[in-house]
Design a protein around this ligand. Structure first.
Ligand code: URA
Length: 439
């Protein structure tokens, strides 16, 4: 390593709350990615960054260093727009908004993630469809984007390798929920995949990394400012994650709910959020001149069935079994059902949403360690949302599991009743899905 700087001194500088220069940040990231700085020193630096924070110019420098750790696709077209969600429970909006936007004339380069912590992953969910290929080379990705206008893959090794390494460290060193670190992680990947505009879905609530609306707004501002510094257009929606999005949480059952939504039979919150995010993509792409026209176009794409056709095209183009769209029994699905019923009458007041994600992991619908294989067939179906009135004995959630999992299903049921669901006798308002918009 060229001894331009000293690892120890840079960690010490950040630990004392001083601002790092872009040269220092770049040097640190480059040497870490080249395996010249060990994990324990990178972990110390991440914790210093987490505790002392970083200003917007340090955040941009970190984004730039992580972006340049790998390859970068550059497309001249204005209409290449992606969306990124900060992660939640039951979040399947990508499967609906991407086909809507693509049907409207937007090119959508989706590079999505796997489940992380208590949150589910878009790539794990789409893999419930037999044959669907989520690993393409960067070259194939670019080719498909131009030919099909819509492509969905996992992060390739060429895209922001520094993020991949740092993310794995953050996951085990309690340094995930930091605004500058999340910003650099998301932006380095989005910039590398070639999107010219970005729509962010920033989740807030019990199932989100940003627990408060204030933190979510700050993350939104940080993402938008960083996007601008890189000359990209961006919009952020702050959305509610105090309960699952839609009614299904799992993998196959979330794919079914997404297809039902594309057929116009989806739950209101999921349909509305998908239309709103897609409309922002259509507007940013310049397909429509006003947001209102873009929203109308998004509604038309859904209602006319054109979005469903795009989703079918996506499945076919990536080798998946497109028959699932008409025959849900082709998706792996566990056959046993254990119903969680209300112990007393009342209004649903809250759900511990991150615990829902953790209980799904207990059933095998998520990973406890990196090598675990996801069971796409297990999940939860929610019959009630916050604000609904439930009578004693009525179902609140159905646990979908296998016959050999009866004991664990009982354990999950007890946790639902004891720790996840809270009811009250006071009337509770149905929460709004979209809390705020930043642009
Ligand atoms: N999603 C990402 O890609 N990175 C983060 O740090 C958090 C959510």
């Amino acid at each position: 390593m060229k001894n331009e700087f000293q690892v120890y001194s840079l960690i010490d500088k950040k630990k004392n709350g001083k601002k790092l220069t872009s040269q220092e940040i770049n040097w640190f990231i480059k040497n870490y990615t080249e395996n010249k700085i060990p994990d324990y020193q990178m972990s110390a630096m991440l914790m210093a960054m987490f505790i002392k924070g970083m200003d917007l110019s340090e955040t941009s420098a970190l984004t730039d260093a992580m972006l340049h750790s790998g390859e970068r696709l550059i497309f001249p077209e204005r209409n290449i727009i992606d969306k990124h969600s900060t992660g939640g429970i039951g979040d399947k909006a990508s499967f609906i908004l991407a086909p809507i936007a693509s049907a409207a004339g937007v090119k959508v380069p989706m590079m999505a993630g796997r489940g992380l912590g208590h949150t589910g992953g878009t790539i794990d969910k789409i893999e419930a469809i037999a044959g669907f290929q989520t690993t393409l080379s960067l070259k194939e990705f670019a080719k498909k984007l131009h030919k099909e206008k819509i492509v969905l893959i996992g992060q390739t090794p060429e895209i922001a390798p520094a993020d991949k390494l740092i993310y794995a460290l953050r996951d085990v060193t309690a340094t995930i929920d930091s605004i500058p670190l999340i910003t650099a992680s998301i932006m380095s990947k989005k910039l590398a995949e070639g999107a010219n505009g970005m729509v962010f879905d920033i989740k807030t609530g019990t199932g989100a990394f940003m627990r408060t609306t204030k933190d979510a707004r700050n993350l939104g501002k940080s993402l938008i400012t960083t996007a601008r510094r890189f000359k990209k257009k961006a919009v952020a929606l702050i959305t509610d994650m105090n309960q699952p999005l839609g009614r299904e949480v799992g993998h196959s059952n979330e794919i079914v709910e997404s297809i039902e939504t594309l057929k116009g039979r989806g739950p209101e919150d999921l349909t509305n959020l998908s239309l709103e995010l897609a409309a922002h993509m259509i507007h940013l792409a310049g397909v429509e001149t006003t947001f209102l026209k873009a929203r109308k176009k998004a509604e038309l794409m859904l209602k006319s069935g054109k979005a469903l056709e795009e989703f079918k095209k996506l499945i076919l183009s990536q080798g998946g079994d497109v028959r699932v769209v008409e025959d849900y029994t082709l998706l792996p699905m566990a056959l046993e059902k254990t119903i969680v019923r209300a112990k007393k009458s009342g209004f649903i007041e809250m759900f511990d949403n991150s615990l829902i994600g953790l209980l799904l992991i207990e059933l095998g619908g998520g990973r406890k360690s990196k090598s675990d294989i996801i069971d796409h067939g297990v999940g939860f179906s929610f019959h009630q949302k916050i604000g609904d009135f439930v009578k004693k004995g009525e179902p609140i959630v159905t646990i979908i599991h296998h016959a050999h999992q009866n004991q664990i299903a009982q354990f999950v049921k007890e946790r639902f009743l004891k720790d996840v669901i809270k009811t009250t006798t006071k009337k509770i308002k149905h929460p709004k899905i979209i809390i705020d918009k930043l642009s």
